[in-house]
Design a protein around this ligand. Sequence first.
Ligand code: SF4
Ligand code: F3S
Ligand code: FES
Length: 249
Amino acid sequence: MGTKRHFRVWRGDESGGDIQDYDVEVNEGEVVLDIIHRLQATQTPDLACRWNCKAGKCGSCSVEINGKPRLGCMTRMSTFSEDETVTITPLRTFPVIRDLVTDVSFNYEKARETPAFAPPAGVAPGQYRMQQVDVERSQEFRKCIECFLCQNTCHVVRDHEENKEAFSGPRYFIRAAELDMHPLDARDDRKQYAQANQGLGYCNITKCCTEVCPEHIKITDNAIIPMKERVVDRRYDPLVWLGRKIFRR
Ligand code: SF4
Ligand code: F3S
Ligand code: FES
């Protein structure tokens, strides 16, 4: 038999809304998404939320829990004290569709803007070969589940709607870094592209993106900072640039 705990949940749509109070039963081992489902099953059948896998792998259930961007399905109720009110609100950086569901198409637009992998000329699909060590170098970035918690938390767009056009965000910086490390990617200007077209310069390395990533991808240390360093090298030190050009192959 569970215990009743107090929850606050944002209800509304694009025209506005507010936080509403609910008392919901909580059982041992449950996660916040279980509570949302219990609310739907008992008190609020029209409560909108997005979810799919309930295993931290689809990236659908992103919400803000007590103000922190998190996956609902991976946030255990045992992380809160028994008398703590748990407040669940939609991602703040994206427009609300209804209740806990936001319109994340900003991210899909940024994905479309990022130039795709460009295979080397003259090598047919099926003939690409790369060393295991090169596969492993960018493996970390391919763990991304596209939950967009990093995109939601980055202050460059979280508090500045006007920056959205120029800033692709941490999820697409790791994509640029991944392609930059790819030995078969024929574009050799991923860093420059990130700087000139993805708004890499807006990032002031606050690392909030890394802190919220449920896949523990070291977004700032392993993708953003190395790209920033190399952009600076190239821009200010022609010898470094020339050296890289010569010793690349
Ligand atoms: Fe989510 Fe991490 Fe991917 Fe960002 S990098 S979208 S936080 S999994
Ligand atoms: Fe934003 Fe991450 Fe940079 S939170 S400012 S992209 S380090
Ligand atoms: Fe898939 Fe939470 S429901 S990550």
